[in-house]
Design a protein around this ligand. Sequence first.
Ligand code: HEM
Length: 476
Amino acid sequence: MEFSPFHAFSICVFVLVSVAITQRRRNYNWKDSKDGEYVYPKVLEGVTFIKVIQRMAAGQMPQTFYKWAKNYNKFVYLVPVSFTRVAAVVGDPEILKKILTDKSASKPTLYHRSRHIHDGGTNLFSENDERWYHARKSIIYSFSPSHVRRMKDVTVEKLNDFVKHMDSFQGNSFDVGKEMIKLTLKIICDAAFEYDMSIEEQNEFLTELEIVLKENRRGSIPLRWKLGKLIPSVRRARLGSKRLAALGARMLVAYRQIENPTKGTVMDRIVNDKKYKSDKERINDMLILLVAGHDTTAYSLAWTLKELARHPAEQDKLRFALLNVSEDDRYNLKELTNVIKEGLRLNPVAAAGGLRVCSKDIVIDKHSEGSTPIVIPKGTAIFLSLMMCLHHPDYFHDPDSFSPSRWEVEGNQNDAYMPFLIGPRNCLGQSLAYAEIRTVLARLIAEFEFSIEDEGSNEFFATYKPIGCRLIAKRV
Ligand code: HEM
């Protein structure tokens, strides 16, 4: 990383501000109750703020939180997020449920980083209160069963072209993440926005988005984005942000020129929702939905295909089941459901889960850490670690292994299964995500045999991704 005068300046400001705040507030000296009635989560020994930002900047944060949970055998703990402040990291399913369904829980300002995707202003993902509420209420209608059926038909149509594209590889390897991204981007553009994105626009969108998201993960470095004119990579990301916003604006103009647009699409709901204060707000929500609606589904598919390629016996078992029923019956097949659940569990794309702040103390009686109630004081930033929750050893035997059959046995595994989170801020597009994953996986596994050429690496920026994983697909 280049070291500029700006770095020196921001480090000085940061140290001075931190020292000043330390004198006023050391909020992690929480004391457990004297009578042992309740305890607070603890900072893990040896885990420092520097270690936390290093892991964050390296794209390894959710994996590291899980590693620490395993090493210390603690699924709720504290980490320093500045020299004076701590955040709670929670991976215990019962505690997660309590926080996610608590009416006082809201999203903290850290979510404002998602505004970099659309060059400022607000979006439904980052906001609380009315700005979020009206947009969510309006758009959720587009994910009702009848609309998801229509979107499923779009998926089938795009998949026909994609299968021809797969045939063109003729046994040569392909990057599974990149190919799934192209497919899901096509689907969401058509199904939600009635927009036919050209290849050039697709390339521009994906390139600029990657630049912005990679810069975003360095966001813990104070004032970096705001004062970053001296830092070339921030300048470049700000340009990316403007280009993405311009693409959103073009999509809106194109939509308004359609003579008979389909009723009830995401775009229809956004364009006709009078509660938006401006087209800029509309474009912001379109871009957030475009991002949330392709990357997550694409990488969930990519991870699942990768695991099936690594486990040929599981792949054969699924194919055998698919080929033994009619095409119509494949969609709801039990074996397909088990593979999808296991794929979403083992490598959750939303591995970091989310962040919440509660405006009242959260008291949790039932949890896996012991019998004494745990208290998370009001105002604490809480990392809701899905990576930890979906690998919790009390709920998943041998949690790091790919084992679709775990969903066939009786147990408590469903109590911890929440890859889309739960509560009022759960995933808006989960019905579409399931429809796409079922449709794509059923067809690809029925028609192709996948093997692995290069495992690639695992990285987290905005989502947990298999980077550079190369598969080979052979017609069965
Ligand atoms: C496998 C695919 C997907 C997974 C695992 C997933 C997961 C999640 C999770 C965990 C959240 C909560 C994030 C937080 O609180 O910080 C979320 C929120 C959201 N998701 Fe998804 N998602 C997926 C697909 C989609 C799709 C296809 C769309 C839209 C087309 C979508 C749109 C959204 C939106 C708009 C939110 C914010 C909702 C709100 O704040 O009210 N997601 N998603």
